[in-house]
Design a binder for this molecule. Structure first.
Ligand code: PLP
Length: 480
């Protein structure tokens, strides 16, 4: 029993953890022994990207049979090029592009694998019922999860997104999704309401058929560890770093999944210096890392980086667990304060453990726009989430270490915001804006996005924010 809930002594095997998503006590599954279990980092860094992925997933999820074959199958024909996460140079920094998958967002890296993990876990555990995947999305997870799970036997998927809270392109991507086992539903509320609704459905319905495609699921987090190793190995191959040299990462952060995977990489021995948490105007996380006080009492701001418009970041709970010395009573207390008072304060030791590795800053819209323009002046076109990361790097200042900025979405997913930042012509609809961007940048519009224009809208459900559990219950009862 490798996995434990962050909120009690509850344990689960890796297979069960992937299938359940959220632990029955509302906690998240984590392996408290990750830092102690030996991992051959040197060997890992010599492998191909898919080889690394297989080795890392096998380490994190050891009961899954034949992980290498699973990985091969998961990525077959999915990404634009052979390399899943290419590293490009922008001035003195490196940008790791994670958006060359089927939906042009970094979530494709993990959500290409997750359906294969879920079906393998279902098979190995001898489950007969179909698994119903619940997903709350701030814009990108939804489409990436739909792309991964549509028409996968033995599974169904429901995606909940905030009505009016995603970009036009993100909306089109989800609302046009075909597949016999998919539902897409707008919620009158913001992302936090969607996430709360999904968590409520889990605990209220307590149905073993439910699982999650959000980064609360360890099967979603595990594949994300790989690109930190990949970045390091690419820097080694370029001769930019010496073996064992520490490097920093700057991560545009929302639900704290991506950056937490970087922490897992560090616990597995990758020489990571700082992990810089970059937030947008919804700067709860950066305030927390700088002060130890998590406080959601602030307006929810809709920004041009909607996938980071989040006030309650689920995965922080896993970091709290590790940083407090695996003290599930403490974590449970903080989470209780968060849900009843909207805030909590961690003790000095926990905060100091966090700050040993993490630093944080935020960028408001104008700072982020300026960073986008500055990168463009150096010849690099980036999306508004990556712009936030670049702006925060600029604000905090560079360390003496090499820095890799994670680029989490294609600029074509947010053509209006990008055109505005670089001073381009914003007239026309999203698709005309994509074409304008293509003309000025010379980078081709990804086919998955240009093809959206002619697709039919298939999903029109809209529900109140309190109606998520009832919506799920009805589908469990009556089928898709
Ligand atoms: C989801 C997302 C993020 C935030 O990632 P988390 O793992 O939720 O912190 C950042 N940028 C983009 C484009 C995303 O889709």
């Amino acid at each position: 029993m490798l996995y434990r809930s962050t909120r009690s002594g509850l344990t689960a095997s890796d297979l069960e953890a992937v299938l359940q998503g959220l632990a029955p006590d509302g906690g998240l599954y984590i392996d408290p022994t990750l830092a102690e279990r030996p991992f051959d980092r040197k060997k890992c860094l010599t492998l191909t990207e898919k080889g690394m992925m297989g080795m890392i997933l096998h380490h994190l999820l050891p009961s899954f049979e034949d992980m290498d074959a699973l990985v091969e199958k998961a990525y077959e024909g999915k990404f634009e090029n052979d390399r899943i996460s290419p590293l490009v140079k922008c001035g003195d920094d490196y940008i790791m592009e994670l958006f060359h998958g089927p939906t042009s967002a970094f979530k494709d890296v993990a959500l290409s694998v997750l359906p294969h993990l879920v079906t393998a876990a279902r098979r190995q555990l001898g489950k007969k019922d179909d698994i119903l995947i619940l997903t709350a999305t701030s814009g990108d997870t939804g489409k990436a999860a739909l792309e991964g799970f549509h028409d996968v036997d033995g599974t169904g998927i429901i995606v909940f997104y905030p009505e009016g809270g995603v970009s036009k392109v993100q909306y089109m991507q989800m609302a046009t999704q075909s597949g016999k086992n998919v539902r897409v539903c707008a919620v009158r509320g913001n992302f936090d309401d969607c996430q709360r609704g999904v968590k409520k459905a889990f605990t209220a319905l307590n149905d073993s058929r439910l699982s999650s495609a959000n980064s609360i699921n360890i099967g979603r987090l595990a594949p994300q560890v790989c690109y930190y190793f990949s970045a390091y190995s690419q820097l080694l191959a370029l001769g930019e770093i010496e073996p064992d040299e520490m490097i920093d990462f700057v991560v545009p952060t929302g639900n704290f999944g991506d950056i937490l995977a970087g922490y897992f990489a560090k616990l597995m021995g990758l020489p990571v210096g700082k992990l810089v948490c970059a937030a947008n105007d919804n700067n709860v996380l950066s305030d927390f890392i700088n002060t130890g006080v998590y406080d959601v009492h602030r307006p929810f701001i809709r920004t041009e980086s909607p996938s980071m418009d989040i006030l309650v970041s689920s995965n922080l709970e896993r970091l709290l667990y590790l940083a407090s010395g695996c003290d599930c009573e403490k974590v449970k207390g903080w989470m209780k304060e968060l849900s009843s008072n909207g805030s909590y304060t961690v003790d000095a030791e926990t905060l100091s453990n966090i700050r040993e590795t993490f630093s944080a800053g935020f960028a408001c819209q104008s700072e982020s726009d300026a960073a986008c323009k500055k990168a463009w002046d150096k010849g690099y076109l980036c999306d508004p989430h990556t712009s936030v990361a670049l702006a925060v790097l600029e604000k905090l200042g560079r360390s003496e270490r090499k820095t890799v900025v994670l680029s989490t979405a294609s600029p074509y997913k947010f053509p209006m915001a990008v055109l505005r930042s670089v001073g381009g012509d914003c007239t026309g609809d999203e698709f005309e804006q994509m074409e304008t961007l293509e003309k000025i940048s010379g980078v081709k519009v990804p086919k998955n996005l240009s093809g959206l224009r002619s697709r039919e809208i298939l999903h029109r459900d809209v529900i109140d924010k309190d109606a998520v559990p009832a919506y799920v219950e009805k589908i469990l009862r009556e089928g898709m």
